[in-house]
Design a protein around this ligand. Structure first.
Ligand SMILES: Nc1ncnc2c1ncn2[C@@H]1O[C@H](COP(=O)(O)OP(=O)(O)OP(=O)(O)O)[C@@H](O)[C@H]1O
Ligand SMILES: [Mg+2]
Length: 394
């Protein structure tokens, strides 16, 4: 089931927000609407859902509506229209008590500027959310200490925020969010203010935490590399509109429009695109029961100089080359046994292109893509690797 479901959500900032709707319907741009009505379109008809344990990233240029959207999810901002279901309950319709309960039990938020209280020590900062919920003293201390350990700050309980580096402050922010043990973590540019090395460290730790604690994470960034690294799926926003939602690979290989294309043009595809995306069907394939004549025919038909051999369950047996097959015919051999080359370059479907490069370089044969059972899923020729890196379809 989806943990978060956003349906046709709009946020119009300004005096008479409803005035903007007919104009939006007419297809007027955000800029024109601001000019004619004074209203700012924050979010324009956003719909998406986030699955349990998913790492969902929202990306877009400054002003595209990322913060507005994420803040609607816990109603720090009131949507102008639309439904937002958290575990099936519409948070837009929730009354004060219900809203407080959802914020307490289900959703926590981590902010870019850490949001720490300067005069409270780390322990007390982390305890804060539990304190306002009237959690009993010993219990909240225990929970806070646990969260502090989780983010790697054990030993800093008594330190004051200004004694910590930016990365450590953000760990405190994260600990405070985790102390609640929420199902959903909202993170708005949480790592944007950090140095590149610290940022990388925090990304890795967040991924490790996610794997361990199974949180649903909605994470905003304007950094494409960060989005690609963290996101199971990425939503790209422009002028309040979600222009594309997809996996890293979807976004890179099939950008929905020029805006997305521009976003992704400088990416190192070799680290994102996988074997599965560039493999082709092994049109030419022979069965281990076939003989050298069948193999030669297959190769000639397809103008290949080698052909993969599988058994009746499509399990990979090896490869034969045209030269060997012709010699075998001359020797009147009936089976492929003597010419079958068993050492072939193999990859799994989720391997990145960058891992395939050394294989492609050192082997004369196309790379065989196999699953865990050694079933042949596809083959990759060198040209596909190059086209995969530059982002062209083969
Ligand atoms: N309180 C507000 N009143 C009026 N307009 C607002 C308000 N908050 C945001 N906006 C406008 O809504 C649009 C979306 O802003 P938002 O802060 O969500 O963008 P963002 O994608 O988070 O940008 P950034 O990357 O700079 O944080 C912008 O045009 C912004 O000016
Ligand atoms: Mg923002």
């Amino acid at each position: 089931m989806s943990v978060v479901e956003v349906k046709d959500v709009y946020k119009i900032f300004g005096n008479k927000p409803k005035k903007a709707f007919p104009l939006l319907e007419k297809g007027m741009s955000k800029e024109e609407i601001l000019k004619t009505t004074g209203n700012t379109v924050g979010i324009n008809d956003a719909s998406f859902s986030v699955e349990k344990d998913e790492f969902f990233v929202i990306m877009g240029l400054s002003g595209s509506g990322k913060s507005t959207l994420i803040r609607c999810l816990n109603r720090l901002i009131e949507p102008t229209q639309g439904e937002i279901l958290i575990d099936g309950q519409d948070i837009v319709k929730a009354d004060k008590d219900k809203l407080r309960e959802i914020r307490r039990k289900k959703i926590s938020m981590v902010f870019q500027n850490f949001g720490l209280f300067p005069h409270r020590n780390i322990l007390s900062n982390v305890e804060y959310g539990l304190e306002v919920q009237d959690v009993e003293k010993e219990k909240r201390k225990a929970k806070a200490i646990e969260a502090i350990e989780l983010v790697g700050l054990k030993g800093y309980e008594e330190s004051m925020p200004d004694e910590l580096s930016g990365g450590m402050k953000q760990r405190v922010g994260l600990a405070r969010a985790l102390a609640n043990d929420p199902d959903i973590l909202l993170m708005d540019e949480a790592f944007s203010a950090l140095d590149p090395l610290i940022k990388k460290e925090m990304q890795d730790e967040l991924l490790a935490l996610q794997a361990k604690m199974h949180k649903t994470i909605i994470f905003i960034t304007h950094d494409l590399d960060e989005a690609l690294k963290l996101g199971d799926r990425i939503a790209v926003m422009k002028d309040g509109v979600i222009v594309q939602i997809g996996t890293s690979e979807d976004i890179l290989t099939n950008p929905a429009n020029d805006y997305v294309k521009e976003f992704v043009q400088d990416v190192d595809r070799s680290r994102v695109v996988t074997a599965e995306a560039i493999m082709r069907n092994p049109e030419a394939l022979v069965s281990s029961k076939d003989g050298p004549r069948a193999a030669v025919r297959k190769m000639k038909e397809n103008e290949f100089s080698s052909v993969y051999v599988t058994d009746k369950n499509k399990k990979l047996q090896g490869i034969v080359t045209i030269g060997d097959a012709i010699k075998a015919i001359e020797k009147e051999e009936k089976s492929l046994d003597n010419i079958l080359i068993k050492e072939v370059p193999k990859a799994s479907p989720d391997q990145q292109i960058i891992d395939l490069l050394p294989m492609a370089k050192s082997s004369d044969y196309p790379i065989a893509v196999v699953d865990g059972e050694n079933v042949l899923l596809g083959i990759i020729v060198r040209a596909s690797i190059i086209l995969g890196i530059v982002g062209e379809e083969s």
